[in-house]
Every structure is written in C-alpha cells, then in structure tokens.
Design a protein around this ligand. Structure first.
Ligand code: 8ID
Ligand code: ZN
Length: 375
C-alpha cells in the first residue's frame, strides 16, 4: 500500500537550513493526471546543480519550498488513467532526469533540443525532484506561476511517462542514478565536441561528478584525456579511469603552458569544462589547438565567457553550450553504462545526510559522486 506521507528533504529558503521532513504528502494513484506516473524511489545522486538550487545563486528562480534532486532511480508503482502511448508501464525501473517534461510540440522540441524547450519543467528546480521517497508531478505549470494555495506541499512528486528513462536489467540503481544527469550531460558534450578517435580532450573538473564520467566517456570514444582538478584522491581516480595526463590547477603556475606541453605542444582538440567555477573557463581559447572546440558545461553562478575575439577567429575556435541531453541522449548514456564501459564512482549515504554532502561539495571534497539511498 502507498503511504500518505513520506520523508523528503526540503529547501524552505536559501537562507535557512534544509529540513528533513517525515510528513511530506504522497500523491495517491487515483489523483494522477493522464501522462503522470508515481515512482517509488530507490536512490538519487547529488549534483552540484542541486547545490546551486539550494543556494539560489543562478539567474533562474527555483520554486520554494523545494525538494531538490534530478538523478534518481525507482520503480513505477502507478500511472494516471487515460495515459496514451506510454513508453513505460507499472513495475518498470526508470530514471528521473533534470528535464521532467517538455511540450514536445515546439520547433525546439521537434529538433531534438527538448532540454531547451521554453515550457520545460525541471526536476528539483521548477518542480519537486528526487530527494524524497516517492516522486510524482502535477500537470500544473511550475509553482511560481501559481498563488500559495497551489503550494507543492499539497502535491506529491510525479514523473511524466514521456520523460522517464527505462533502466536496463543488470544495471544497478545506484550505478545508474548519476548517469541520468552527470552521465548524459558529459556524454552529449563529448558527442558534439567535433572530436575524433586519437584527439586530445582536456577536462577541467575531472575529479568531480560530471568530470569523472566525462573522462570515461572520452576514453570509450577513443579520445586521449588530460584531467585537470586538484588533490591526490582526484588525481588517483582520474588516472585509474584512463586519463593519460594530470594537471593540478592549484599547483600549476602556467595552465596554458602546462596544457600545451601535455598535448604535443599544440593544445587539445577540445575542452569539456565541467568545473563549477568560472576560473576554469579562463584561457581556454588560449590553450585550445587551432580548430578546437570549447564545450561549456559547468554552470558557475555569475561567470561570463571572456575570450579574445581576435584569437577565437584566427584560430577558428568553436564555442558551444551543452545542456544535459534529450530523451535519446539519456538512453544512449545509460546503454553505455549498462555495457560496462562507464562506471560511476560513488559513495552511498542515507537521504538524511544531504546537508553534509552539500558541505563536502562546497569544500571540493567530493571525489566522483555521492548517491543517497531511500532506505
Ligand atoms: O547541462 C549541464 N551543462 C550541466 C548538467 C549538470 C551539472 C551542468 N552542470 C554543472 C553544475 O551545475 C556545476 O556548475 O556542472 C558543474 C559541475 O557539476 P558537478 O560535477 O556535479 O560538480 P562537482 O562534483 O562539485 O565537481 C566540480 C569539480 O570542479 C573542480 C572541483 O575541484 C570539483 O572536483 N574545479 C573547480 I570548483 N574549479 C576548477 C578549476 N579552475 C576545477 N577543476 C579545474 N579547474
Ligand atoms: Zn545535475
């Protein structure tokens, strides 16, 4: 039977401590709208984006109060009546990713860029996410469009069946979780990085959640990796995962010189910037090889991209933004993990410990990922 209330971690406001609550309502199956499903969560990864949401430091407002989280895996326990063409059924194990829903009808969606749909709903940002035992969503627009009577406390988290990602048997839930954001994001960034087998790719932030998966997707694509981050633990992980070169950004006295020296003197063919700090974007145009591509992935709160126009033109540099991935990218990223070519390096902790995880992340102490268990 499905309980009426559940445990959830709630952001009340950016200035107050997050609250672990045991009385968060669970939306009941008979209350699901067509197209919605109720997912009983097994676990959820913690992404640096959740920390941005918790701090409210991005130029896009979150709903409040907010249940964060957007890298979850669980089992579908109910689907709303009259749901046509659902790609999933009750009993399926599915992933919940950042993009919870998109209109699927606009030009952007039709072109496969649904993650940039203007009507998109974002898990753990504009609607409640995965830091709770059950996930359901309402068909209402994001909370900020509604007066307080539509407070999310009245609803339970629902996932739209169109946007959940089936998880193949044989891929453990805890291993799949972070593929739903960190994995798909870095997989897609590499896919569009205009690189080929044998090319050099530099990955600032390589020891973090996104970065350590980027190293592995890059190696799986036949790319040669220069990992950039700091500290012995992150260095050891990156080299173990197949990076050929390591640069500690806090120890390097001349990052451009060190990166060029690590890449045949010419610089890398692409940079996948996965760091949560604007400093990682500085000088990328200076160290990239002629014809190289800068993939902007990390989302520091207030950073601006600044690069010499002259050298961007003369070196024929491409600068591309890459935002999570669409439904197909998610399935591909999961399939590669299920084939054993990419493995999330994570520590499993209980949901209650989210506050400590945020503190560790802020301090740069999380090597790879932390995954939270619902049990
Ligand atoms: O769709 C997207 N583009 C997307 C999807 C998911 C996450 C973007 N993000 C964003 C997050 O919001 C965040 O801003 O990517 C960034 C990284 O997320 P994460 O991997 O979850 O964060 P982390 O685990 O804290 O790892 C960040 C790493 O960057 C290193 C840190 O040491 C850490 O290991 N780092 C920093 I901060 N500054 C650096 C620098 N200057 C750096 N590494 C190299 N050079
Ligand atoms: Zn994320």
């Amino acid at each position: 039977s499905i309980p009426k209330v559940q445990k959830a971690v709630v952001v009340v406001s950016p200035n107050e401590p997050i609250q672990v609550r045991n009385d968060y309502p669970v939306r009941q199956p008979q209350d699901l709208e067509p197209g919605e499903c109720l997912v009983k969560m097994h676990c959820t990864g913690v992404c640096h984006t959740d920390l941005h949401a918790r701090k409210g430091d991005w130029p896009l407002a979150t709903k409040l109060p907010l249940v964060g989280g957007h890298e979850g895996v669980g089992e579908i326990i109910a689907i709303g009546e009259h749901t046509a063409n659902s790609p999933v059924k009750v009993g399926d194990r599915v992933g919940i990713k950042w993009l919870a829903d998109s209109c699927l009808q606009c030009e952007i969606c039709r072109k496969g860029l649904e993650q940039s749909c203007q009507k998109g709903k974002l898990s753990g940002y504009t609607i409640d996410g995965t830091f709770s035992q059950y996930v359901v969503r309402t068909r209402f627009p994001p909370f900020r469009d509604y007066p307080s009577i539509f407070s999310p406390h009245f609803f339970l988290k629902v996932s739209y069946t169109a946007h959940v990602t089936p998880i193949p048997e044989g891929l453990d839930s805890a291993e799949a979780a972070s593929i739903l954001c960190a994995g798909v994001t870095t997989y897609r960034a590499l896919k569009y990085s205009q690189t080929h087998i044998g090319d050099w790719v530099v990955i600032p932030g390589a020891g973090g959640g996104l970065g350590h998966l980027a190293v592995q997707y890059a190696v799986a694509m036949g790319l040669r990796v220069v990992a950039i981050d700091t500290g012995k633990d992150k260095k050891d992980l990156c080299l173990k995962l197949g990076a050929e070169r390591w640069i500690d950004f806090l120890e390097s006295k001349d990052i451009v010189k060190d990166i060029k020296a690590a890449t045949d003197g010419l610089g890398p063919h692409a940079a996948i910037i996965t760091a949560a700090n604007g400093s990682a974007y500085e000088q990328a145009v200076n160290y990239l090889r002629e014809g190289g591509t800068l993939m902007a992935v990390g989302l520091p709160a207030k950073a601006q991209l600044s690069a010499s126009v002259f050298w961007t033109v003369v070196k024929s540099i491409s600068i591309l933004g890459s935002y999570v991935g669409n439904r197909q990218d998610a399935r591909e990223a999961i399939a590669i993990a299920a084939a054993g070519k990419v493995k999330c390096h994570y520590v499993l902790k209980p949901l209650d410990q989210l506050k400590d995880v945020y503190e560790g992340m802020e301090a740069g102490n999380v090597v790879g990922r932390v995954v939270l268990s619902m049990d």
